[in-house]
Design a protein around this ligand. Sequence first.
Ligand SMILES: [Cu+2]
Length: 164
Amino acid sequence: MNTKHSLIRFGFATLLAAVTLTGCGQSGPPVARDDLPVKKLEITGNDKMKFNVTKLEAQARQRIELTLKNVGSMPKQSMGHNWCLLTLGTDPKAFAEAGLAAASTDYITPDRMNEVIAHTKILGPGESETITFTAPAKPGSYPYICTFPGHVAAGMKGVLEISE
Ligand SMILES: [Cu+2]
């Protein structure tokens, strides 16, 4: 056994893994821009199955700190809310319908997690959650929805506008 060679081989394999993980392809998360301030976004959901804002804005690759608060008073089992940001071109209605039975994963089917950029968990009345993520690198109108059954159909959705 040649120790030196296996060490080199190990080093090379590690390098390869690192390159793969940091993502040279499109599937990896975008690298956050350090020259921009963190964008703080706040949004609420209510008992009428509505978000208080239907349009949010951020810049490409900007760090985002988003807080969702459920300002309603109805029980979580019948009126829970989350905030789920979808990839460009994902159909919100079809996405929500695919997750109807996925209660244990916040009504997001694991089959379609590749279409989710970021999401909070389902929140009950008075609860809030803050998530941080990096805005997509590609400008465009990214749909966001509440995945609780029936809420997209009732209009609980909006758009995150990503500019250059
Ligand atoms: Cu909802």
